[in-house]
Design a protein around this ligand. Structure first.
Ligand code: ADP
Ligand code: ASP
Ligand code: MG
Length: 415
């Protein structure tokens, strides 16, 4: 029997009614003659609510306890869905990440999958059950501790399990009908894309298009799992994420993304001598903080300012590292600015068109939007701007590159 993996995000299982609708869809897939593994996220905003409770109690909650807490969200959703599928006369059993053999490293909050031992999943499928799997969680291989896979990590659970059990397709059911040229909540004229290459999707996801977790796209690219991003509320075909087909010469840009979850960190008057950057970024990496853009200013009187961006969620740890570093390397001080946004333009065609960056900067200038940092890859240009300018910047750049399609505004359910 062909195996399909279906993943349902938080909005899709946000209420009991929506869980009932998901159960209907799962049963249909089963009746169509498939073995079905369903991965679920926590209901609605459960993860955010649990996080908020923890941070009311402690500024930097203990990472092990936090993972234990957050994994409870997916456990609620998986068991309710299991109950709903069983109530329809279709056998189903739910499993936590650890029961499903998702083995990780020990990095609480952003654990990496190191191995999958899907024995119980195969047994359940062979026994005729639909498998309901809690997303976002695993078990550390060396310490048998409960871990989580980073925000949006249920996407990664789905992709990794699809690869481990040889599923033919991994369907990501969400609250929009596919991947658009930009977030349709910001620009209603955004256009749905039929196919996006792994490389472009990876850049879009890493740049803040949170329709897919970037690590899940990386995993899919590495293992060749094809993804179908589609709506859990409608039946229409969504967006396929797969290996690039024939390069499409005419297609220059595939999308615009906005990341509002980052902050700009600046070390002021850092001594300008060999080895300082290595010391700074090693200390940051040792605390497992993933930084992004790095800018070093021109040196004056033997000292320079060094800026980079880091996830806001990591700021408690960033403060700790920066306090240590200021003393260790003899910098003057550090500042953290969390009122920024990162705007990115992504497209495989841009590498052969030198005018793209100039056009992007010109469209921002035309709106009086100041660019504070710039970074590029062969298929992406990113700018740090003021947070308040973020959504306006998305619309102006989206328009400048004619990414919209007049007349079709996607209907988006609210969480
Ligand atoms: P889920 O809970 O199903 O995982 P997410 O909230 O993580 O859903 O992701 C879906 C959301 O991603 C959409 O509601 C949309 O606002 C946002 N989004 C951002 N960029 C894009 C894009 N380029 N295309 C589609 N959706 C996008
Ligand atoms: N519930 C987790 C989160 O909100 C994982 C997920 O939804 O994918 O980040
Ligand atoms: Mg998501």
């Amino acid at each position: 029997m062909p195996i399909i993996v279906q993943k349902y995000g938080g909005t899709s299982v946000g209420t009991v009614e929506r869980i009932q609708a998901v159960a209907d869809r799962v049963v249909r897939a089963r009746e169509d003659g498939n073995d079905v593994v369903v991965v679920v996220s926590a209901m609605g905003h459960t993860t955010d609510e649990l996080l908020a409770m923890a941070s009311e109690i402690a500024v930097a909650p203990d990472p092990r306890e936090l993972d234990m807490l957050l994994t409870a969200g997916e456990r609620i959703a998986m068991s309710l869905l299991g109950i709903a599928i069983n109530a329809r006369g279709c056998r189903a059993a739910s499993y936590t990440g650890s029961q499903a053999g998702i083995m990780t490293d020990t990095q609480h909050g952003s654990a990496r999958i190191v191995e999958i031992r899907p024995k119980r999943i195969f047994e359940a499928l062979e026994g005729g059950s639909v498998v309901v799997l809690a997303g976002f969680q695993g078990l550390s291989l060396s310490q048998y501790e409960i871990t989580t896979l980073g925000r949006g990590g249920s996407d990664l659970t789905a992709v990794a399990m699809a690869s481990a059990i040889g599923a033919g397709v991994c369907e990501i059911y969400t609250d929009v009908t596919g991947v658009y040229t930009t977030d349709p909540r910001i620009e209603p004229r955004a256009r749905k894309l039929d196919v996006v290459s792994y490389d472009e999707m990876l850049e879009l996801a890493a740049a803040g298009a949170n329709v897919l977790q970037s690590r899940s796209v990386e995993y899919a690219r590495r293992t060749g799992v094809r993804l179908h991003v589609r709506s859990s509320f409608e039946d229409e075909v969504g967006t396929w994420i797969q290996e690039a087909e024939e390069p499409m010469e005419g297609v220059l840009i595939s999308g615009v993304a906005l990341d509002t979850d980052e902050a700009k960190v600046t070390l002021e008057r850092v001594p300008d001598r060999p080895g300082v950057a290595a010391t700074v970024f090693k200390a940051i990496a040792d605390d497992a903080i993933s930084i992004d853009m790095i800018v070093q200013n021109v040196s004056h009187a033997g000292a320079t300012d060094l800026s980079f961006t880091a996830p806001r969620a990591d700021l408690p740890r960033v403060h700790g590292v920066m306090e240590r570093l200021v003393k260790e390397i003899g910098a003057d001080s550090y500042t953290i600015d969390d009122d920024i946004a990162k705007l990115s333009l992504v497209g495989a065609g841009m590498k052969n068109h030198p005018g793209v960056a100039a056009d992007m900067f010109d469209s921002l200038a035309g709106e009086g939007i100041n660019i504070e940092m710039i970074s590029t890859s062969p298929i992406r240009i990113s700018c740090v701007i003021r947070a308040a300018d973020g959504e306006r910047a998305v619309r102006v750049v989206h328009g400048r590159f004619s990414l919209d399609e007049s007349g079709s505004s996607p209907e988006i359910p609210t969480g």
